[in-house]
Design a protein around this ligand. Structure first.
Ligand code: CP3
Length: 344
């Protein structure tokens, strides 16, 4: 069988058109999802393989995207560490017992993911069993910095004060936390691969708050260990936001594909990342609120910046927001396919 278009683009091989998928392609902007959520709380949804698989499959089919993504959340692997996770309506995720010291970090539990989050792998198997063979399934994890920021802050943060305080003041505790997260994430994504995930995305959503030198000192070695530990041959997408000051470092850390947000032009980003890598991005998710003519121009601009080169995966620069008109999302996927289709 032919390699699916999305996987070819991850590997920098020629494709008949530019593949597209969208971060948060399953979620509250879809009426079907909102209806399901009236009945089922978010965490329960993530832990019920039949329902989580259904959400993944419905979104991929409805949008006509070139890849599906596991329906789950990056915080599901921190819950079994014993910190008390809750998704409260309005406030987003809350960690009831945040870690702030070496002692807190030493008390974090370390359980093999097959035992602590078996429902994730069951969901992966269910999705893979129902997904068309030309649509690959992307598994994912939060990256160490982004997961640490939730563990330490206890929720969303503006300045990452507690995270940086620990990083600067207690490098022993910081490195112990990074080591533990790297072990957990490696085991987690490799178990997703065993269950049927065909690519992995690491979400380092909040890493853009770091100075380049601090990324190099406090994070780069850990990211390299993590990425080198992922099962070889499975494309790894390394994504962050606000990373215009860090792109060379993200590339140095590793990944077959580097995910880029909209705050930088794609051609400029690609030059800095290096032509040996594939890139993913980079439409502003809020461009989905623009009139379709404007949306068309924006899609065309990004495709022009990619110049039809091998190794571009079209995506947003961050997730779809809940208020987004679903018709515009469908239109976007069609536009990418239409504008990029080339004779091969
Ligand atoms: O992309 C997909 O369709 C797959 C599913 C997915 C979710 N979260 C579902 C979700 C993925 C890949 C994530 C990753 C995630 N989760 C990240 C990294 C990506 C990013 O957006 O930066 C982060 C930082 C989280 C943590 C998280 N989970 C937050 C901050 C929130 C609240 C957001 C909000 O607007 O309320 C969540 C909840 C969440 N994760 C929802 C969904 C569909 C909404 C929950 C609901 O239905 O009420």
């Amino acid at each position: 069988m032919e390699t699916p278009v999305f996987l070819r683009a991850c590997r920098g091989e020629p494709t008949p058109y530019t593949p597209v998928w969208l971060m948060r392609q399953a979620g509250r902007y879809m009426a079907e999802y909102r209806a399901l959520r009236e009945r089922v709380p978010f965490l329960e949804l993530c832990k019920t393989p039949d329902l989580a698989a259904q959400v993944t499959l419905e979104a991929a089919e409805r949008l006509g995207v070139d890849a599906a993504i596991l329906f789950s959340d990056i915080l599901l692997i921190v819950e079994p560490m014993g910190v008390g996770l809750e998704f409260s309506a309005g406030d987003g995720p809350v960690i009831h017992r945040p870690v702030r010291s070496g002692q807190d970090i030493g008390a974090l539990r370390e359980v093999p993911p097959e035992e602590s989050v078996p429902f994730v792998f069951e969901t992966v198997r269910k999705i893979r069993g129902s997904l068309p063979s030309d649509i690959p399934l992307i598994g994912f994890s939060g990256a160490p910095f982004t997961l640490a920021s939730y563990l330490i802050e206890g929720g969303a943060s503006r300045q990452y004060l507690e995270t940086k305080r620990l990083m600067y003041q207690d490098s022993g505790a910081w490195n112990a936390l990074m080591d533990q997260l790297v072990r957990a994430i490696t085991a987690y994504v490799n178990a997703q691969i065993t269950a049927g995930a065909q690519a992995i995305q690491l979400f380092d959503s909040w890493v853009g708050c770091l100075a380049p030198q601090d990324y190099r000192t406090f994070l780069l070695p850990h990211m390299q260990t993590l990425i080198q530990g992922v099962t070889p041959g499975v494309p790894l997408i390394h994504f962050g936001t606000g990373t215009a000051g860090l792109l060379e470092l993200l590339a140095e850390a590793g990944g077959d594909v580097i995910g880029v947000d909209w705050r930088i032009d794609l051609d400029v980003a690609w030059r800095r990342i290096g032509e040996d890598r594939s890139v993913q991005g980079n439409l502003d998710p809020l461009a989905l609120f623009a009139p379709l003519d404007t949306l068309r121009q924006q899609v065309q601009r990004i495709l022009d910046q990619a110049r039809g080169r091998e190794g571009h995966i079209f995506n947003l620069g961050h997730g779809i927001v809940p208020q987004t008109p679903v018709d515009n999302v469908i239109a976007l996927v069609d536009m990418v396919h239409e504008f990029s289709s080339r004779q091969t």
